[in-house]
Design a binder for this molecule. Structure first.
Ligand code: S3P
Length: 169
């Protein structure tokens, strides 16, 4: 089976939707952030604090290239598919789905999260402006979007309905 990459802002539900989607398609599930943490042997806040965001982005790009080969459902981090070249690379292995959720919903889920350096470092206003800039890129770089303001199982159904048959089979 080809890969299905889930992208979207922090807190949009990439991991929970991804896990359910992989069960429904009986395919492998990879959480890119978790893969990075295992690969590096340290947490994301530790990577940011010790080596900076640029280093994290480099490892994130390499990790995405590594997991793409395995196919299945891949929940990416909120910054992983903002770059058009990285998105084009991913598209060679499958489809990119953007989970479109309102900022308020994302913010309610992520505010105060100590495991997300960008949330620690930015005010709500700054996160909103990041959200607006990134939403444009998620839309540009993905193959299709689903409205993620719904229950997990309903989002999964919407994604399955939009997948080409050769991805589902
Ligand atoms: C990031 C999102 C995080 C994680 C890192 C950076 C981002 O993943 O990759 O903290 O730049 O949006 P989630 O989207 O799963 O929170």
């Amino acid at each position: 089976m080809e890969a299905i990459f889930l992208c979207g802002f922090m807190g949009c539900g990439k991991s929970s939707v991804g896990r359910k989607l992989s069960q429904s398609l009986k395919s492998q599930f990879t959480d890119l952030d978790r893969y990075i943490v295992e690969r590096e042997g340290r947490t994301i806040p530790e990577i940011f604090a010790e080596n900076g965001e640029e280093y994290f982005r480099k490892i994130e790009r390499l990790s995405l290239q590594e997991v793409s080969q395995n196919g299945g459902v891949i929940a990416t981090g909120g910054g992983a598919l903002l770059n058009a070249e990285t998105a084009d690379f991913a598209k060679n292995f499958g489809k990119i789905c953007f989970i479109d959720v309102t900022f308020e919903v994302c913010y309610r889920r992520i505010c105060g999260d100590e495991n997300r350096p960008l949330v620690q470092k930015n005010s709500k206003r700054e996160l909103l402006s990041l959200f607006k800039m990134r939403r444009v890129l998620y839309r540009q770089n993905s193959d299709f979007s689903v409205n993620g303001n719904a229950r997990v199982q309903d989002i999964v159904k919407k994604i399955v309905a939009k997948l080409p048959l050769d991805v589902v089979e």
